[in-house]
Design a protein around this ligand. Structure first.
Ligand code: DOR
Ligand code: ZN
Length: 336
């Protein structure tokens, strides 16, 4: 069996910098037509110069692969209207992190005082710049996303014309919130469709599956699967592929992040096939994102076939992918 995907998009992607960028950028750029690139570098991407410089580095690292890096800024409540207007055409979205909640988010937002956030949010709304949010509180780790839902609701109610994307949702509460507000959307990762907390910590600890938000309960995964497999019009694929060097993962103080870029489309094809939903994969992995973000990606045709493919143990001796050393049921035949 063979399927063809048109211009697959990864709407939440960490490409990092320096050596890691050179390793991972070609892996996304080979099979995706574009990706929304997260700004949590050290220091974060906060100026027009940062955006231009980072885009240039990605373009260089992606090599010959045809791929559009859709750039983001790291949310700051002191951005001026003039700055936002000047940078509008250089970015696709602005990413908001609660301070300290995940990798390189120390300069994020504390307290969620709407009065403090409102000036920037209303300019974003006027300019049509979507807001992407890492929605976790500082509460108990399993409850962080559910506890954040009232904040999403306040944002959605106060800024009805602002497109708000709940990033990498992991709970049934987030899925339910999608239905209540017209301007709330969500990305869903591959790993949160496959795993629960049991896969991370139910047996021997699996550092390569440790990420933020942490994988939740079976009923949460079912809720995510329901909306992903039907390609609900308000959800789209965002891998949150988050590479860390092997020594940072297989260590005390394991860094959060699952590296899925090179296995994402094969893993999605396997999942949608197993659930008899292959006909919805195109919408989940591209069409919905095109509509939600109002983008027309470059033309790219990716052909997959149902043939066993052995996932590499490690890429460039540095970064371990999800399903390392395991066999997936689908492989990529061509992309171009
Ligand atoms: O697991 C994660 N890793 N979650 C995030 O939100 C950030 C990411 C990273 O940048 O490593
Ligand atoms: Zn992320």
């Amino acid at each position: 069996m063979v399927i063809s995907l048109h211009s697959p998009l990864d709407m939440h992607l960490h490409l990092r910098d320096e050596e890691m960028l050179d390793i991972v950028a070609p892996l996304s750029a080979r099979t995706f037509a574009g990706g929304l690139v997260m700004p949590n570098l050290v220091p974060p991407v906060t100026t027009a110069e940062d955006v231009a410089r980072y885009r240039g580095k990605i373009r260089k690292a992606q090599g010959e692969n045809r791929f559009v890096p859709y750039m983001t800024l790291f949310f700051k409540s002191d951005y001026t209207p003039e700055f936002l207007e000047s940078v509008r055409d250089e970015i696709l979205a602005i990413k908001l992190y609660p301070a300290g909640i995940t990798t390189n988010s120390e300069g994020g937002v504390s307290g969620f005082d709407l009065k403090e956030l409102s000036p920037v949010l209303s300019v974003m709304s006027d300019l049509g710049i979507p807001l992407c949010v890492h929605g976790e509180t500082g509460g108990f780790v399993m409850d962080r996303e559910a506890e954040f839902i009232p904040i999403y609701e306040r944002l959605a109610e106060n800024f009805p014309d602002l497109t708000i994307v709940m990033e990498h949702i992991t709970t049934k509460e987030a899925v339910e919130a999608l239905e209540r507000y017209e301007n709330l959307y969500a990305t869903i990762t591959l790993h949160h469709l496959y795993i629960t907390l049991d896969d991370v910590a139910g047996g021997l600890l699996q550092p390569h599956l440790f990420c933020k938000p942490i994988a939740k309960r079976p009923e949460d995964r079912s809720a995510l699967l329901n909306v992903a497999l039907e390609a609900h019009p308000k959800v789209m694929f965002g891998s949150d592929s988050a590479p860390h060097p092997r020594e940072k993962k297989e260590a005390p103080g394991c860094a959060a992040g699952v590296f899925t870029a090179p296995i994402a489309l094969q893993g999605l094809a396997q999942l949608f096939d197993r659930h008899g939903a292959l006909e919805n994969l195109q919408a989940f992995v591209s069409d919905n994102a095109q509509r939600i973000y109002g983008i027309r990606p470059l033309e790219k045709e990716v052909v997959l076939e149902k043939t066993a493919w052995l996932v590499p143990e490690i890429y460039e001796g540095t970064v371990v992918p999800m399903f390392a050393g395991e066999s997936l049921e689908w492989r990529i035949v061509s992309a171009g």
